[in-house]
Every structure is written in C-alpha cells, then in structure tokens.
Design a protein around this ligand. Structure first.
Ligand code: SF4
Length: 383
C-alpha cells in the first residue's frame, strides 16, 4: 500500500509531539507521534488511544462520558497496518497504545490485544507499550505481558480516598488497580525467569504506572511514600507523574493547575529513590508541615542539612555515600570508586583528574581534601 506522509506541528505546548498524516489522498489518517526519551535517545512512538469513547466520569479527564467532544475509534486492523507501515519506513520505533473505557475492561483489552496479535502476526518486532485497563481479567494480563515490551496500569492517585474522588467508576483502587499491578508483577517475573531471552515482547522493558498530581488534596509526601513502594517492593521500571490541568466541562475545571515545578521536584526526588538509594523518609527534613517539597534541588537541600555525612572522605566512603554528593550520579560515583583503588584522593588535583575541573569545584565543599578549607556552609555554624 502506498502512503503519503506529511508532518505538521500538533501541540505547541509540548514539542515532543507531532502529527503525521498517512494514507492515500482519498483515505488520510492523522496519527500522533510522541518523541519518548530512552537512555538519552529520542524514540518516536505512535502514541494513541484505541478509542476516546468512554463510559466513565473521571473528574479530571477530557474524555469523560458527559463531555461534548468528537469521539473517534481506530479500527483494529487499520491501526495495526498503519503502525507496521510507519515502523517499516523508519518513522517510528513502536506503538504506545492506551484506550478509554468504551464498555467493560475486558472488552477494551480484547480489542487492544487484537491490534497486538495482528502486529506480531505481521512480524512487527518493534517496541510496544501497552496501558492496561483497571479491573481487567488475569488471562488478558498474561497475554499482554507476552505481546508487549512494556506494560502498565495507571494508579492515578496515592491513596484510596483520592482515587475514588478522581475515578469514581473505575472500581476500588485496591481491587481494580493494585491487584492487577500485582498480577502484572507476577506474570512479568515468570516471563523473566524463562531461559529464552526474547528479542521483543515478554514485558522486557518492565512495568510502569502514572499518578495525577495536584488534582485534589494530595501532597508530595504521600506521592513519595507510594513511589518508594512501587520502585522498591514492586520493582516498577518507571513511575510517571502527570501534573493536573483543569479542563472545561469537568468537575475540576475551576481548580488551579499543578505547577510544572512541583512535578519536576517530584521527578527529581523519585529518581533519588529509584537510583540513588534514598528512601521516602529521607525527605522528611525538607518537606513542609503540609507535606510539600520546597521548590529547590532536593539532593542539594538534603546535603546541606546532613552535617554528619559531609564532608566525606572519598577514600573510604561507600558507593551509596558518594552518590549522596550533589551533582554526582551513578557513573561518576563508580568512576571515583574505581580511581581511588589505583591512587588515593587527597588533593583537589586528584579529584579534578577523575571528574574534571568543573565538577570537582562543585563537589569541593562536600569532600575532605587536604588542600581546602572547611566548607563555607559548615564554617558559618561551626563554633
Ligand atoms: S476511564 Fe480513562 S478515558 Fe475514561 S474518563 Fe476515566 S481517565 Fe478518562
């Protein structure tokens, strides 16, 4: 089949999106392409809903049943064919498929999986990220894990009360979402433990979820507690935060939007939990009485308060301690540990050789060096 392709800008607000027109002149389809970030690279994905017909009335959602808007459905074979074509011509690396809840969750999942079955049947070996429906049956979860590379189900809220305010028709948080997340974890670990290393599918890229931030009375502390549990107990690959934005004709249309900085500080903190050995409780010294993080780099703030740990002797510090130094990430921490085995780090010049002059200057106040004076933030308060 011949496809004509043109690209136009779709969302001015987020430049990670563009709209691709595919199809012959008499049969054009516009598909949204999302530039996802993976390991420092941009990965273009066809990101779409199977349908935006929804029977539910989630309080924040543009597609809730009572809103007046154009409703569109993909025909499953067409979506599979368009995806395959875009992938074969190098315009996308894969598909991100979610859906509104047009009927019961199993009906929607059956349709989503129909697209995946068709694609894999047509030898599509690209990436598939599938958003599952809350309340879906277990056998669909097994099949989703087999066919998709990443699977996820949205938690939406950090506790039951907020969940029922936001999503009154999705079933309870525990039954409809947490139980399904547990099943996903179970099925994914079974898939991981098989000896065959699949080249695609089998949830190789893990599980993810998303929570809405700032729609009703949540706070950062609750989000961080749940995030820790998701990363450390359920071993999720990613927890996404979606800052609330008010939408007309919804019950929350008069609520203020979540500030981008709040979402950003939550992400920074969640990465500290995921990759830097912090716990949710580590943030206790910096959250305010209402449970909100300050609008500042959380790692830097915690380091300034941690006078027992800093300045740190880089020759004896553990990997996790080195990671606590502001602006030091896992790669630099490993480099420091490797370098100190060859030569002790006593002077600024030693550190400079390992991490470069710029970073060494920024680390200086947090490490013990023979040729430096006491860090100024300690100086001010040291008797
Ligand atoms: S089920 Fe999904 S699409 Fe439907 S109203 Fe809720 S969030 Fe929106």
């Amino acid at each position: 089949m011949f496809y004509r392709v043109t690209v136009t800008s779709l969302l001015k607000r987020r430049d990670k999106w563009h709209l691709l027109r595919v199809g012959a002149e008499w049969d054009q389809t516009a598909v949204p392409i999302y530039e996802a970030a993976a390991r420092g690279k941009c990965v273009p994905l066809l990101k779409t809903l199977l349908t935006n017909h929804c029977k539910n009335e989630c309080a924040y959602c543009a597609f809730r049943a009572k809103r007046n808007l154009q409703r569109i459905d993909w025909e499953t074979r067409k979506l599979a064919t368009v995806t395959l074509h875009l992938w074969k011509t190098g315009r996308i690396s894969g598909l991100f498929l979610s859906s509104s809840v047009t009927r019961d969750p199993d009906y929607v999942m059956e349709k989503q999986l129909e697209v995946l079955r068709l694609l894999r049947g047509m030898r599509f070996t690209g990436y598939i990220h599938l958003r599952l429906m809350p309340g879906v049956s277990r056998h669909y979860i097994c099949e989703a894990v087999e066919l998709a590379d990443r699977v996820g189900i949205n938690l939406e809220a950090p506790n039951r009360s907020i969940f029922s305010q936001l999503c009154p028709d999705k079933g309870g948080l525990k039954e409809a979402v947490l139980k399904r997340l547990d099943w996903l974890v179970d099925e994914t670990s079974k898939a991981k433990n098989t000896k065959i290393k699949p080249e695609f599918g089998f949830a190789r890229a893990g599980i993810d979820t998303q929570m809405i931030v700032g729609a009703v009375d949540d706070n950062d502390w609750e989000h961080l507690q749940v995030t820790e549990w998701l990363y450390k107990k359920l071993m999720l690959k990613r927890v996404y935060y979606s800052g609330f934005e008010p939408i007309r004709q919804t019950p929350l249309e008069r609520k203020p939007a979540c500030s981008p900085s709040r979402e950003y500080r939550l992400y920074q903190s969640s990465f500290l939990i995921k990759d830097y050995g912090f716990t949710a409780n580590s943030f206790a010294p910096i959250v305010d009485d209402e449970g909100f993080l300050p609008d500042a780099d959380p790692k830097l703030m915690l380091a300034k308060l941690d006078r027992d740990m800093f300045p740190l002797d880089l020759n004896t510090a553990t990997y996790n301690e080195v990671l606590r130094i502001p602006r030091v990430g896992p790669v630099t921490a490993k480099r420091i540990l490797k370098a100190r085995n060859m030569r002790k780090i006593h002077y600024f010049g030693d550190l400079e050789q390992i991490v470069g002059a710029h970073l060494a200057r920024r680390m200086r106040r947090y490490v013990e060096l023979k040729d430096k004076t006491l860090p100024c933030f300690l100086k001010q308060t040291t008797p």
